[in-house]
Design a protein around this ligand. Structure first.
Ligand code: FES
Ligand SMILES: [Fe+2]
Length: 400
């Protein structure tokens, strides 16, 4: 029997009630994994998640909530410190680019050294969005009265009074920015939060593909959970890779990590599109390795036959509590000369299939309290996901 490469050798060492499974990783290290025995009702009594290396959210009284904030205040403060993708790198070119993150309006612009700067998209003179303005060298100029701001946010010129002193209050709020994986990432925090890893993007052995973003009228948590969900393949993805006659979900381990968790799912559901299923080697076991970087980024590695690997980054920008923009950089180390359009079309269709359901789920907020929805054994990932989001401080208030 052929098996997806790299699958850890699971030893069935378990205690009497099978609450803990010890697994032998490739490094030879034994690690503890969550294991949920039947009956299913017992699955919501999961051990508390391990402490995360997440930055502490600022206490109430920190940054001011955006005007018309759609998040519960406690959720907004809990989400604030993390890094999120806010634009494609190619979208931030000669002109200022308007983005939105956690309801905050942000202007992104590229300075003369090629770097990207980010500031609150609000001119402090008369409230015009700075994204309506222009970039001149390293300066952002407001469209309304021409005030100029440098990349530290400081106003450097008031054209109506060029010789006059500039009030110190004319200083924009700026934000840390990073470019990675074809995307511009931003945080409303201080930048000390861990950054999602996607090494294959810079690996010459891989082909890098950057599909269009997917705009979804749904909460980021709902979309993320759908990306991690393995029991919907046979029902939602029958137009792409799902197999309607193969709905059973084998047990899989979920292991907490420093920045989230890892779910290691092995099944016989091939990742080939329906019209290529005949390429599936008989008995091949498909390994799908999900790595979550809290709160809204996950990397999926699909292990193909002949040591092929497909890496998909599901990186969500929480525009508001009800709107998300999903960026999906993809890398693969096989079929590197094949036409890209088929990959783009396939990816687009998979995400459209998910979108159709995710946009209709309600309540729109991801229920963090495990008692609010019913869980089955196949939901191990989402149970831990909800627990970990709860540990960050999410779910203490709900939006309406
Ligand atoms: S509103 Fe920007 S310069 Fe007046
Ligand atoms: Fe899906």
């Amino acid at each position: 029997m052929q098996r997806g490469n790299g699958n850890p050798d699971r030893t069935g060492v378990a205690d009497a009630d099978q609450r803990l499974v010890l697994a032998m990783g490739r490094s030879g290290m034994v690690r503890a994994e969550f294991f949920f025995p039947p009956p299913l009702a017992a699955m919501i009594s999961v051990s508390p998640p391990a402490p995360l290396a997440a930055p502490a959210p600022p206490a109430t009284g920190g940054p001011v909530l955006p005007r018309d904030c759609t998040f519960a205040e406690s959720d907004w403060r809990a989400l604030l410190p993390f890094w999120y993708p806010v634009a494609f790198s190619h979208e931030v070119a000669d002109a200022p680019f308007a983005a939105r993150l956690l309801d905050e309006r942000i202007v992104l612009y590229r300075t003369s050294n090629g770097g990207v700067s980010a500031a609150r998209d609000l001119c402090l003179h008369r409230g015009a969005p700075l994204s309506m303005g222009t970039v001149e060298g390293d300066v952002l100029r407001c469209k309304y009265h021409g005030f100029c701001y440098d990349s530290t946010g400081k106003c450097t010129l008031i054209p109506a009074h060029p010789g006059a002193a500039i009030p110190p209050k004319l200083h924009l709020k700026t934000y840390p920015v990073r470019e990675a994986y074809g995307l511009v990432w931003c945080t409303l925090g201080d930048g000390s939060a861990p950054f999602p890893r996607f090494e294959a993007w810079d690996d010459p052995d891989y082909l890098q593909v950057l599909p269009d973003a997917v705009d979804i009228r749904a909460a980021a948590g709902r979309q993320m959970e759908g990306f991690l969900d393995v029991s919907h393949f046979a029902f939602v993805h029958t137009g792409t890779f799902g197999e309607s006659t193969n709905p059973v979900v084998p047990s899989y381990p979920v292991t907490p990590t420093e920045n989230g968790f890892v779910a290691d799912y092995v099944s016989t559901v091939s990742n080939y599109p329906t019209h290529l299923k005949h390429l599936n080697p008989p008995g091949f076991e498909w390994r799908r390795l999900f790595e979550v970087f809290l709160p809204f980024t996950a990397r999926l590695t699909v292990f193909f036959p002949n040591d092929g690997q497909l890496h998909i980054l599901n990186a969500v920008c929480p525009i508001s509590a009800r709107r998300s923009r999903v960026f999906v950089p993809i890398c693969r180390n096989f079929d590197k000369d094949a036409p890209l359009q088929a990959t783009l079309d396939f990816n687009h269709q998979v995400f459209e299939e998910d979108k159709e359901v995710v946009e209709q789920q309600y309540p729109e907020d991801l229920p963090i309290d495990l008692h609010d929805e019913v869980h089955i054994r196949a939901d191990r990932s989402s149970i831990v996901y909800r627990q970990q989001l709860g540990a960050l401080g999410l779910g203490r208030g709900y939006t309406t």
